[in-house]
Structure formats: structure tokens, C-alpha cells
Design a protein around this ligand. Sequence first.
Ligand SMILES: Cc1cc2nc3c(=O)[nH]c(=O)nc-3n(C[C@H](O)[C@H](O)[C@H](O)COP(=O)(O)OP(=O)(O)OC[C@H]3O[C@@H](n4cnc5c(N)ncnc54)[C@H](O)[C@@H]3O)c2cc1C
Length: 442
Amino acid sequence: MGVTTRNWAGNQRCVPTAVHEPTSTDGVAAIVRTAAQVGQRVKVIGGAHSFTDVAMTDGHLLSLDAMDRVIAVGGPDGRDVTVQAGIRLFELNEQLARRGLAMPNLGDIDRQSIAGAMSTATHGTGAGLGNIASMVVGLELVTGDGTIRRSDESNDPDLLRVARVGLGALGIVTEVTLRCVPAFKLHAVETIEPLAKVLADFDQVMHSTDHVEFYWFPGARRVQVKRNTRTDAPLAAQSRVGYIRDKWIGENLAFGTVCRVGRRFPSAAPKIAKLITSAASERDFVDRSDKIFCSPRRVRFLEMEYGVPLPAVPEALDRIASMVKSLPFPPMFPIEVRVSQGDDIPLSTANGRASGWIAVHQYIGAPYEAYFQAVEQIMNDHVGRPHWGKLHFQTAATLADRYPEWHVFQSARADLDPTGTFANAYTDRVLGPAHVPSGVSS
Ligand SMILES: Cc1cc2nc3c(=O)[nH]c(=O)nc-3n(C[C@H](O)[C@H](O)[C@H](O)COP(=O)(O)OP(=O)(O)OC[C@H]3O[C@@H](n4cnc5c(N)ncnc54)[C@H](O)[C@@H]3O)c2cc1C
């Protein structure tokens, strides 16, 4: 009997045939070759922070946790950093800081592996910035028959373009080169503002500085707006006491407690939402960029997030506000709204368009399906694209038309993994079955 593997939220689990911890690209290639020869499937798991079953398998599961080194720093400005694909973002951030460098943007947490974050198009917020995959300027990939391929902007750039967001279905990424920026500080200002005004001036608000996001409890009339601005001002980090009070006690411990009460007594949930909104305070501090971008997340939840064209966001939020009134069980988490630039990566959720991101959450163990499905209906009307690592109910049939370069991805998949070595239940659902050439059994 194999060992059960679970994701962070605990809503996905699998029992792989075998778990491997290779220490080199050659080691990865040997595992893939051996499995492919006997028709077995292979999947890599990164930080297991996806809410979908994207990283689950009943075949061979690889962890690249032992492949976590910085390999080289180079490139035209000395800011291209090549790392092994298993490095976690928190370790990467430390390694970059030691070299006077940083990632241009990050999401809310730093527990993911770089390859896992890249492969699902993980993003932060910033109208002038792309997702993590768009920062990748080179990579090394082990394909379905165990071949090792390298690509960068001048050598096989088509492979680079498509393999940056691959859902693990094109191959195993073993090295990644990131175009970093000089280390920078952020001035974080958190304010409470009227929802109506934020929505009326949505475009202006989201472009008002480098990184803007807001949190809104459906039903509440105020939102918490977080604006992070690049600055040369001296560090004015939150005191240790303030950090523990806000991040650990406020955002995690106290929040977890009220969520448990809300799950037990759903009728109290709207009042709880109001209480949490009114408890949100205004804050102002300066810290190292990654310390501002990323926070600890101790309260477990489920999440769905959609990218829609920027102008669609206010109407979509209005419709969610009306819809939640008829839900049998109220949401106990705020909705998070972010923005990002478009890119040219075929399966990136931001392909070809600037995106507004609408993320809905529910406390673990509380009913979420009716809420998420109703939000998804609204997102469908705006040609929404679901985050690949977060819950959704789409299939290849409903997604294909939302990606102008869907065929580019599918033809790369047929080329790089013709027999479906890297397929799993999730890729079968959202990409369709791998193309199997005639005469080869899957
Ligand atoms: C608390 C929390 C906060 C989050 N915040 C954000 C956020 O702010 N923004 C955002 O966009 N997302 C966010 N996410 C989602 C998360 O960033 C993605 O799901 C991401 O993919 C997780 O990275 P991981 O390393 O855990 O990958 P996993 O979940 O382990 O794997 C994801 C996919 O990547 C593939 N993969 C992993 N390594 C490789 C490799 N070496 N080669 C090929 N394929 C590989 C896996 O096979 C799988 O298909 C959050 C998730 C959680 C739980």
C-alpha cells in the first residue's frame, strides 16, 4: 500500500505507485524513461498548494525538494538567476536578497516551488506586471520519453514560450532562469474605503500605484484596499508585536476562530463578516518587497479565482453581491480583487489580455459548491479563465475557446508528451486526453 499524499487544503489526495526524490536532471530523466517504457504515468508535486488535483497521480510522484539550489547568476544585466526547479519561493527570496536582487512581483504566499508557481500561472497584483511565468527567460525540461531539452530567448524560444505554463503536462521542469530586478522596498498602505467609490473608479484605483488589491466581504459596504508602492524610504517595518498581532492573531488565529463559529452557526456568518470588516485596521509601513507581498496563511480554506478583462470587474462584483443573498450558506471569507498585465504564454490565464482577478474563498469544511458554481456562472458571461491551481468546474470543451493559442499548447503537448506520460485526471478534464499516436496504447 502506497503512502497517501495530500495538498495544503486537504481536499485532494492520492496514493502514488511510488514516490521519488531525484537529486539531478539525469535522475529525473531516468525515472521518466523507465516509467514511460512500461506505460506508467509520472507527475511532479511542488509545494502541494494547488486546490485542484493538478498535482495528484496514482502513478510515479516526484518531489524535487532536493533540487533547490541557485545554479548561476548572469544575463545582460547580471540579474538572470538560474535555479533548480524545486526551490521554494521563501528560499528563493532569501537567496535573491543575499545577491541584492528580488522577484519583480509575488503572490500572497511564499510556500510554493518556483516550478509549481510558474506551471499554474501564479500571479500577484500590479497593473504593470505579469505573472511569475512571465519572469521566466530560460528553462530545462525533461520530456515524455526522458529527453532533456533546454530553451531560452535565443535558443528554441517557442519551447520557452509554451512550457512556462504547462500544468505539468508538457514535461518536468528541472531548471528555471528568472529575470530578476534589483532588490527593492515597498511602502505598504492599507486603508478602508467605500466599495461604491472603489468600483466607480476601478481603473483609476487599480492603476493608482505599483501594486493594488482589495478585500471585500460580499454584502459589506466598505473594502480594505492595500496599496504597495516602490520606495527608497528607510525601513519602517511593523514591530514584531504588531506583526504577530495583525498577521498571526488577527489574520490567522482570531479569523480561524470566527470562521469555526460561522461554520457551526451559518446564520451568524453575515454578522461575523461585518465584524471582521470593521476590525480591519488602517496600516502604514515600509519593508523588503517579499516581506510585504507574502504573509503566513494558517486558516485553511478552499479557493476559486477567475481572470476577466479589466473593465468587467465592477459589473461582475455587483452581480456577486446580488447573488450571495440567495445562497443557502454564506461566504465566510472576503473576496480578493487583483490586477495584472497580459502576456504571450499560450496557456497563461493572462494570455493576450490585462486581467482583473476575482478570488472567492470558503472556510474549509463549510459548503462551497453552490457559491463557487454561482460565481463561475457570472465569470462565464465575461469569458473568465479559471486559475489552473484553484477550484473550478470547467472542462477542455468549455475552456478551449477562451484561449486564442489553445492549439499551440495542444500541438506542443502532442510533440513533447505524445503518449500521455504526464497526464492525470485533471489534465484529462481540462486539456482533454493526451494525443496518442496510432499503434501506441495509452
Ligand atoms: C494559501 C494559498 C495562497 C495562494 N496564493 C496565491 C496567489 O497569491 N496567487 C496565485 O496565483 N496563486 C496562489 N495560490 C495558488 C498556488 O500558487 C498555485 O496553486 C501553485 O501552483 C502552487 O505551487 P506548488 O509548488 O505548491 O505546486 P503544486 O500544487 O504542487 O503543483 C502545481 C502544478 O505544477 C506542476 N509542477 C510542479 N513542479 C513541476 C515541475 N518541476 N515541472 C513541471 N511541472 C511541475 C505540478 O505537477 C502541478 O501540475 C495560493 C495557494 C494557497 C494554498
